[in-house]
Design a protein. Structure first.
Length: 248
């Protein structure tokens, strides 16, 4: 079950904890993808807070929001790029997307494999995607105060297995949100330090979300053989004697 878009908007844009979470995850994404010059970048679920760094240099930015969640105009003060869509049928041509970010998409889906197939369909050959889900072992998935406490959380291995089953090739594992899901001033003030420390020690166990970057690999077509056996072979050599060794 998807969260309501108003609840997501209020958390990320109107609470201090939400703004800290937004920055922590967005900084990790931009470490993986520092630029998207001339590319088409899309986000599915509620990924628009992570798309802002690409508005300047990307050829096109698209914010896809599932119908059960609802949609909101984004970005504020600029032409709208967000669109409401069905979970399994996106209004995007096959192979159109170069980079895709999925956040608050998988954990609320009733048919994860079908959603992943749609993600793979819209990616072009060699396209990249980052999937961000609540960490089953982390504190954020156990708290109802944040959107990461809703839906199905994943371990890194569970997410990796689902992505491989859908035909993606895993490129990198990452994580973010190393502070507890609290609005206490100490944790909010020191959040950047904890994020830097968590990135250096590369521990997924303590993170609030797990992230996996994948690519779409397309197999080269193999050359087909003969479509059918020859039913009437030529008989030009019939009647000739079989070759034999010369007598000694």
């Amino acid at each position: 079950m998807h969260l309501d878009v108003l609840d997501l908007r209020n958390f990320y844009y109107r609470t201090q904890l939400g703004r800290v979470a937004q920055k922590a995850i967005r900084d990790r994404v931009t470490q993986l993808w520092p630029e998207a010059s001339g590319q088409t970048v899309a986000g599915y679920g509620f990924a628009v807070p992570l798309l802002r760094p690409y508005l300047g240099d990307a050829r096109r930015v698209i914010g896809l929001m599932p119908a059960p969640q609802g949609v909101m105009p984004w970005p504020a003060g600029l032409p709208n790029v967000s669109v409401l869509c069905e979970e399994m049928t996106w209004p995007i041509d096959t192979g159109m997307i170069d980079k895709l970010i999925v956040m608050h998409g998988l954990e609320g889906s009733d048919n994860v494999q079908a959603l992943l197939e749609e993600c793979r369909r819209v990616l072009g050959p060699g396209g990249r995607a980052i999937f961000i889900v609540p960490n089953r072992a982390g504190l954020w998935s156990r708290s109802d105060r944040t959107p990461f406490g809703s839906g199905r959380p994943y371990t890194s291995g569970q997410l990796d297995g689902a992505l491989r089953k859908a035909g993606f090739a895993t490129e990198r594992h990452a994580a973010a949100l190393y502070i507890p899901p609290t609005s206490r001033r100490f944790w909010l003030r020191t959040a950047p330090m904890w994020e830097r420390l968590g990135t250096r020690i590369s521990t997924v166990f303590a993170s609030g979300v797990v992230m996996i970057e994948v690519s779409k690999q397309v197999q080269a077509p193999t050359r087909p053989g003969l479509a059918a056996a020859v039913k009437r072979p030529l008989k030009a050599l019939e009647g000739l004697p079989a070759p034999a060794a010369d007598p000694v």
